[in-house]
Design a protein around this ligand. Structure first.
Ligand code: 13P
Length: 261
């Protein structure tokens, strides 16, 4: 069975005190939710808070991921952060190719691909984000866009690596808009991605790939999204900043894995 992964992408929010307080509040209560159910929970705070959040959740089942990284190992790249730095700050995962990075910081498929490969060599699990804009969906090119993002993003990535990574499907029109993809829309694209990966690699690899859904996941819609057979978790933005909401989402994921272990 595939791992179930729920990650909170805090984006450019919180400060040191509120980040630590949120991590501690989650840590204190996460174990009590559906004990025994296997869900990997990740917190992805901004860079300055990574080490402190990692310290706050150390020894608990909660892990820490970064929201981005640079594709070089070290050197004169002012303002950038390497995979090794993230590992030393306590990260196990890194979000790459988020649509906000693609939109505002020109992260192309080629850049995302270089970062994915660097994450693997640096000892991080990449969470590679893909997704179409509203215009792309309405003009019927969703599958073409996703195909390019997956093919180019995974160029040179081995089957063994794909089996350990996460791909997050985040339709751009659903991010921060309150307009969630319907469970059927999410499932449809997830199946499309899994079948595509099967043609690029093999069925076993495709079946091992963890596929998260992201985009306006809230406490009141998480269960129906998580009920879809090819949704293996969620990448949560706004709702992950509120302990109560995020715990309810984790609880929905745990209930799902307990029902379908
Ligand atoms: P929202 O949950 O705020 O829509 O954000 C989704 C997202 O972009 C997570 O990476």
């Amino acid at each position: 069975m595939r791992p179930y992964v729920v990650a909170g992408n805090w984006k450019m929010n919180t400060d040191m005190d509120s980040a630590i307080a949120l991590a501690e509040a989650l840590r204190a209560r996460v174990d009590a939710l559906e004990p025994g159910a296997q869900v990997q929970v990740l917190l992805c705070p901004p860079y300055p808070m990574l080490a402190s959040v990692a310290a706050a959740v150390k020894g608990s089942p909660i892990g820490v991921g970064a929201q981005n990284m640079y594709l070089e190992d070290s050197g004169a790249y002012t303002g950038e952060v390497s995979a090794a730095m993230l590992v030393s700050a306590g990260c196990s995962h890194v979000i790459l190719g988020h649509s906000e990075r693609r939109q505002y910081f020109d992260d192309s498929n080629a850049v995302v691909n270089a970062k994915v490969k660097k994450a693997f060599t640096g000892g991080l699990v990449p969470i590679m984000c893909v997704g179409e804009t509203l215009e792309q969906r309405e003009t019927g090119v969703t599958e073409a866009v996703i195909t390019m993002q997956i093919r180019e993003g995974l160029e040179g990535v081995t089957a063994e690596q794909v089996r350990t990574m996460v791909v997050a499907y985040e339709p751009v029109w659903a991010i921060g808009t309150g307009r969630t993809a319907t469970p059927e829309q999410a499932q449809e694209v997830h199946v499309y991605i899994r079948d595509l990966v099967a043609t690029m690699y093999d069925r076993e690899t495709a079946d091992a790939l963890v596929l998260q859904y992201g985009g306006s996941v809230k406490a009141d819609n998480a269960a129906e999204l998580f009920a879809q057979p090819d949704v293996d978790g969620g990448l949560i933005g706004g709702a992950s900043l509120k302990a109560e909401q995020f715990l309810e989402i984790i609880s929905a994921a745990k209930a799902r894995t307990a029902a379908h272990p």
